[in-house]
Design a protein around this ligand. Structure first.
Ligand code: 4AZ
Length: 855
């Protein structure tokens, strides 16, 4: 044993890496002595293309154990030396003790006795001292065994490439390991060593792929000493647990180790090939570490004609793979639509998710969901796929284990007896990974799913736009619940339809799936069972939660990375949000992200009175709008005018994305007020409006002024174009208000003070409302403008009983804030203060000053 092997680890782990990319000064000028034969397995009857390897095919493959379990792969390069990846042994910058590790050699599977397998302890772990993390390169490690391995038919070293060795772009090589068979899907028992053929990707070809934003919108800069292998289309790759294992290529009858499995972005994803540590650049480093060890690793020379290799593709012929799933000639003509025909029942619609698997609701196959018996009559089942001349036969039905009790898991997978050739049709739909975030505003469609009745109405009724996660979650979830941020699967996906429901049509008795499009590619985003009313489904169970189960069962469903990352001007709002208070009638006062609606206020109504004027109205329940009486009913007029109400409008010219709703007013209700004309009127709509981003009732404030809220007068600047504008105001305390307008205010009047420069934002003839946004985020209606005034509002609170009794579903929040009643005795006010001044702001200033002095 040479002296340096006894030195402490820190001294051993020297790194001549800067020189590692040139030919080593240590390399012998003549051919190695042939004392160590390398890279030649004993001939065996190996079956290529399968994923289980045959015993003895990869005799240099070792399994590295820590704490009794497989952690990483490695390769035997000499009787006492194993090559692996640094990241297997370094945690938080610290090299783990060699004593914790053992090397298992000659193992093929963990099924039964490990014939020929033996274990060695590790005497030392050597890592280049410039190693800092996989993405910075130098992910290489050498393990010195405590005693030499026993070489035999299943234990042999691999050949190492010299620094000058070239593995040309396109070279077919093999990666091996016991790692996961897919992301988060461990190799099942009996843990047979897996092999996969991968092609070397030249630096330019690989950098071209990694320069395109992939998962999480990330790009990656490859570094010298890294090597890519795989395919632009993905699907074959190394994965977690394969790290440290070898990528070997056969040249002249010998297997050379070209790479060490290092890392990647996920496993088998499109345009994300595996990244390996290139072994050739580490010739000098390896030679230096093993110096004096006999026999050492073998570095046979490469034959000169191979060294020139294929010309490396340049940037111009950089081939990016496009999604193979989710392309449809036009919406509605779905190339993945599968009809499952079970004798004695109606056809069940599902979706083709791979060459051999169809996803459908488990409830289509009652009686089979929980039975473990293999159904014999699968023989008579048939699956119809688009553009296939004959029906497909079914080999297997795999229901989701929770299908019988969890509607969100109402799924089953059907395996076809023979895989179908994928082309324009049939073509599988894309499935989302669990971390997929469908952006608010995504274009979506309803598609047939399960037992479906004929589609009511026009195809455009199936069009939808996805609502923001906050809106969807808070509309259907519970108050105070926190909303899953982007990257966590949402509890529900909510489509907002582009066309209103057709009156009298019922969408009952049908399941639907929700398809959403990104960059022209369709994803199966959600599923929904029967709606409880006649309306189209408004919340879907997200499918992304089931991605891992679907890939586990199918081993090849088309899970596709998120393709759209345009978060819009609002940016990546990822802080945790909670849902504002609900009332017993559900959610109210939620304002969707402006990105979706172009600044819509879902409760703001245009009330068109007798075709001659437009008043502001506020939706207070699905069938009721509140407005100012003086704007609706002209003094002296005795007839009830013809009134139309429009919701979801942001101005006279409709926005392309807005969903406009209109209703007739069938009755006007006024509270009983002795003598005086009451300021508030309730308008009953001809039919209810369904909650949507353009029509959602506001919350009502039961009295006083909400504390800590920011308040606004919401109206429009110009009665012609009616683009909504909000002017920031403060609501004065009852005492200030009383003093400012001494003696002239009807009871229950609120006074506001506009923020600097905001007075003239809204015109007043349409009687704009006064709203506040509470600290929890809900919008509440506090008052409606009094005739002709910009500063005075009739409070909602005093009319709570009347509104609740008339409307039934009004969303009154629990009382909060300070009450609004007039203080006893007007003598607290300085005499005639308010009237003395021209402007309310100046008057208020004087008033405050006087009250302070009175103190
Ligand atoms: C890992 O975690 C790992 N697809 C190894 C290889 C790859 C990804 C992850 C490449 O060890």
């Amino acid at each position: 044993m040479s002296q340096h092997l006894l030195l402490p680890l820190a001294i051993l782990a020297i790194s001549p890496i800067p020189g590692a990319f040139q030919d080593s000064a240590l390399s012998p000028t003549k051919e190695e002595p042939e004392d160590l034969d390398c890279g030649r397995p004993e001939p065996s009857a190996r079956i290529m293309g399968g994923s289980d390897s045959q015993p003895g095919t990869w005799p240099w493959q070792v399994s590295l154990h820590q704490g009794g379990g497989h952690i990483c792969g490695g390769s035997l390069i000499a009787p006492s030396w194993v090559l692996s990846a640094a990241h297997c042994f370094v945690t938080n910058g610290t090299l783990e003790p060699a004593a914790e590790w053992s090397v298992v050699l000659g193992v093929h599977s963990y099924d039964g006795p490990l014939d020929g397998a033996h274990v060695r302890s590790v005497a030392a772990i050597l890592v280049p001292d410039n190693y800092s993390g996989v993405e910075s390169g130098a992910d290489v490690a050498l393990l010195r065994l405590a005693s030499p391995a026993r070489l035999g038919p299943t234990v042999r070293p691999v050949c190492l490439p010299r620094a000058s060795h070239r593995f040309a772009h396109g070279t077919a090589c093999w990666a091996t390991g016991w790692g996961d068979v897919q992301e988060a899907d461990p190799l099942p028992l009996p843990w047979v060593l897996q092999e996969v053929e991968l092609r070397v990707l030249g630096e330019a070809a690989c950098q071209c792929l990694y320069s395109r934003p992939g998962p999480f919108n990330l790009t990656f800069q490859l570094l010298p000493g890294m090597l890519c292998a795989g395919y632009p289309e993905g699907r074959k790759d190394t994965c977690q647990g394969d790290s440290g294992g070898p990528l070997v290529c056969k040249e002249g009858g010998r297997w050379f180790q070209a790479g060490i499995t290092s890392f990647g972005f996920g496993c088998g994803r499109r345009n994300r090939p595996g990244v390996f540590t290139a072994v050739a650049p580490y010739e000098a480093w390896i030679r230096e570490q093993v110096l004096g060890s006999e026999p050492g690793p073998a570095f046979p020379t490469q034959s000169p004609e191979l060294q020139s290799g294929l010309p490396e593709p340049t940037d111009e012929n950089c081939t990016i793979a496009l999604p193979e799933c989710g392309k449809a000639p036009r919406p509605g003509a779905w190339p993945w639509e599968a009809q499952v025909m079970v004798p004695g029942s109606r056809p069940c619609y599902g979706a083709l998710v791979s060459e051999s698997w169809v996803l459908a609701p488990a409830s289509c196959f009652p009686g089979r969901i929980s039975s473990d018996l293999p159904p014999r009559d699968l023989d008579h089942w048939r699956v119809m796929l688009p553009s296939r001349p004959r029906a497909e036969r079914v080999a297997r039905l795999v229901p989701h284990e929770n299908a019988s009790w969890d509607d969100a898991s109402n799924l089953a997978l059907l395996q076809l007896r023979a895989p179908v050739n994928l082309s324009v049709a049939p073509r599988p739909v894309c499935l989302p990974h669990p971390e997929h975030y469908f952006l608010p505003g995504s274009r979506c469609r309803l598609a047939r799913w399960g037992h479906t009745e004929p589609v009511p109405g026009a195809g455009s009724l199936l069009e939808a736009e996805l609502l923001g996660a906050w809106w969807c979650h808070c509309l259907y979830g519970r108050q105070g619940e926190s909303v899953p941020p982007p990257g966590e699967p949402p509890l529900a996906l909510c489509p907002a339809y582009q066309e209103e429901e057709v009156a009298g049509r019922c969408w009952n008795y049908s399941h639907w799936s929700l398809l959403c499009r990104e960059e022209g590619t369709w994803f199966l985003a959600g599923i929904r069972d029967l709606p409880s009313d006649c309306l189209r489904p408004r919340a879907f169970y997200p499918l992304q939660t089931h991605g891992p189960w679907i890939s586990h069962v199918t081993r090849g469903a088309y899970l596709e990375d998120q393709l759209s990352w345009d978060w819009g001007p609002e940016g990546e709002e990822t802080e945790t949000q909670t849902c504002p208070p609900h009332t017993e009638h559900g959610a109210c006062g939620l304002r969707p992200e402006p990105a979706l609606t172009g600044g819509l206020w879902p409760w703001l109504a245009e009330v068109h009175v007798a075709g001659e004027r437009v008043c502001t109205g506020i939706l207070v329940a699905p069938g009721w709008v509140l407005a100012a009486t003086h704007c609706i009913l002209r003094l002296g007029s005795t007839t009830v005018p013809y009134i139309e109400v429009y919701l979801g409008r942001a101005g006279a010219s409709p926005l392309p994305q807005s969903h406009q709703v209109s209703r007739l007013v069938i009755s006007i209700r006024l509270p009983r007020h002795l003598g005086l004309r009451p300021p508030l009127a309730l308008l009953e709509l001809s039919s209810r409006v369904e909650p949507s981003p353009s029509a959602l009732p506001i919350c009502l404030h039961p009295g006083g002024t909400p504390l800590g809220a920011s308040c606004w007068v919401l109206g429009w600047k110009d009665p012609q174009d009616r683009v909504p504008v909000a002017a920031a105001v403060s609501i004065l305390t009852p005492r200030l208000c009383h003093c400012l307008y001494q003696g002239i205010l009807p009871p229950g009047t609120l006074c506001v003070l506009y923020a600097e420069g905001q007075e003239d934002r809204c015109e007043v003839t349409s009687a704009p409302p006064l709203l506040c946004q509470t600290e929890e985020g809900s919008w509440v209606l506090v008052g409606m403008a009094i005739r002709g005034s910009r500063d005075l509002f009739a409070a909602i609170g005093p009319e709570e009983t009347w509104i609740s009794q008339t409307v039934g579903e009004a969303h009154f929040l629990l009382p909060s804030g300070f009450p609004h009643w007039l203080p006893e005795g007007g003598d607290l006010c300085p005499p005639d203060m308010a009237r003395a001044s021209g402007s309310p702001r100046a008057a208020l200033f004087l008033l405050l000053l006087t009250l302070l002095i009175q103190g």
